[in-house]
Design a protein around this ligand. Structure first.
Ligand SMILES: Cc1cc2nc3c(=O)[nH]c(=O)nc-3n(C[C@H](O)[C@H](O)[C@H](O)COP(=O)(O)OP(=O)(O)OC[C@H]3O[C@@H](n4cnc5c(N)ncnc54)[C@H](O)[C@@H]3O)c2cc1C
Length: 425
């Protein structure tokens, strides 16, 4: 990566940008996360002139536990080797910080990566396919022109492209331009800690999940060798409660936040079922589109898959000879999401509603019922999905019965202080 101070040059330039910096790009991708990298890779692989605009210098830090479930691994580009720091075949579950029980699988279920490394390697793959990267470039506005889009950037002037893929995450610009509508927003707080020397063996090959402290929320420890990612995710609106959950969680595990290498927070967002996925010549993918599992808040696989779909559609739309052909290509993207990722989100919503009301039931089922753990393990490893499970009539009936209505929306305040955390006595 070229280490050029963006303040001096108005944005660092990855490769070949000077030769291609004038004129109209076929496809511009905003954001160099997994959604953006995959969109750029897909469009560049079809011979399109593609630029990625990323606000930070690459590699950049992203608040994320870095857990790659099977669906993520399956969505990686052919031949791509993820920079896996550790993997886990054991999941330890606790309920409101109570006794922990461990369930294991014969095979690794989840791979753990550092997002800065993982995302940068995906961007490398897009560059190898011909994409150009302007990192250190912040997009501040999007505007439609006759047959193209104009992006205003804070430090690189205007950039024009036939089609834009908005992959700028949960804090970007493109979602507002497209008019993405959300029905769930959560706050994730996370710390990266140096693994205490006396805990290295304890955290080998396992992750920890705590349920039940705040309705709909959970806490985790995802080990990555010499570091641990520990965090909580809960409905947005009560950061103090979420913070105290994290602090109590860490204290109980003998992990001290003062040892944190990084401490940060980030929002995750889920779209409504009929939220738009495009407007004119702008498509949205990944977090920008609100594509995320509502229960687990797993979003990397959604970003990888929607990014690839958006990149292919953008390649087609950028070569379209008429507005009607552009419209057909972007509509096909929305239809592909409806047929693939939307059912997974719907299933995740069902799980989320039932889990919000009955975390103890989930805990007991996973711990005591081999079939329940088998479902969980097979879903994490990618053999099945929540949507696959809800195709079973009995499972669907059970989930609907456990979680009727919609997720409470009047804020975490209604839940009051978490019950039983830390456990008394
Ligand atoms: C605490 C936490 C833990 C998580 N853990 C997991 C996990 O273990 N596994 C999992 O699958 N998912 C996890 N997720 C979700 C996952 O991080 C996201 O779903 C995923 O990063 C989405 O990828 P993306 O490419 O859509 O967006 P991002 O990865 O957010 O990338 C967006 C990019 O756009 C750039 N950008 C933003 N605005 C602009 C702008 N104006 N101009 C230019 N560039 C811009 C950003 O700098 C960023 O690089 C977690 C989320 C949180 C908050």
């Amino acid at each position: 990566m070229q280490n050029v101070d963006p303040n001096e040059l108005g944005g660092a330039c990855y490769v070949r940008c000077m030769a291609q910096s004038t004129g109209i790009w076929d496809v511009a991708v905003i954001g160099a996360g997994p959604a953006g990298a995959m969109a750029a890779l897909a469009a560049a692989s079809q011979g399109r002139r593609v630029v990625i605009l990323e606000r930070f210098r690459i590699p950049r830090y992203k608040t994320c536990a870095g857990g790659l479930v099977g669906a993520s691994v399956n969505a990686l580009p052919a031949g791509f080797t993820a920079p896996v720091q550790a993997s886990a075949s054991s999941f330890t579950f606790s309920l409101r910080g109570g006794p922990a029980r461990t369930k294991s699988s014969a095979v690794p279920l989840i791979r753990l990566v550092r997002r800065d490394e993982f995302d940068a390697l995906l961007v490398d793959a897009a560059v190898a396919a011909g994409a150009v990267v302007y990192d250190g470039t912040i997009v501040t506005n999007l505007a439609a022109e006759d047959d193209a889009m104009r992006m205003t950037t804070r430090n690189r002037g205007d950039v024009r492209a036939r089609i834009i893929v908005g992959a700028d995450g949960s804090a970007g610009r493109s979602a507002a331009y497209v008019g993405v509508v959300l029905d769930q927003v959560d706050l994730g707080l996370e710390v990266e800690l140096v693994t205490p020397g006396d805990q290295s063996a304890h955290w080998a090959n396992r992750v920890l999940i705590d349920w039940g402290t705040i309705p709909g929320a959970y806490a985790w420890v995802f080990p990555k060798g010499d570091t641990l990612s520990a965090g909580v995710i809960a409905e947005r609106g009560n950061p103090d409660l979420t913070r105290s959950y994290l602090n109590d969680f860490l204290a109980r595990l003998g992990l001290d936040e003062r040892e944190a290498v990084v401490s940060s927070g980030h929002l995750t967002r889920c779209r409504t079922r009929d939220s738009p996925l495009y407007r004119g010549r702008v498509l949205v993918a990944g977090d920008a589109a609100g594509l995320l599992d509502p229960w687990t808040r797993e979003g990397i696989s959604f970003a990888l898959r929607s990014g690839t779909m958006a990149g292919r559609a953008a390649a087609q739309a950028s070569a379209a000879a008429s507005d009607a052909a552009v419209s057909a290509a972007v509509t096909a993207y929305a239809e592909e999401i409806s047929a693939t990722l939307a059912p997974e989100m719907s299933a995740g919503r069902l799980f989320m509603r039932a889990f919000t009301r009955h975390p103890r039931g989930f805990y007991v089922a996973v711990i005591l019922l081999p079939k329940a753990w088998d479902f969980v393990a097979r879903t994490i490893s990618g053999d099945t999905s929540f949507a696959g499970i809800t195709k079973w009539r009995l499972a669907r009936i059970l989930l609907v019965a456990l979680g009727p209505g919609t997720r409470p929306t009047d804020g975490p305040g209604r839940w009051g202080r978490s019950r039983g955390w830390p456990p008394s006595g």
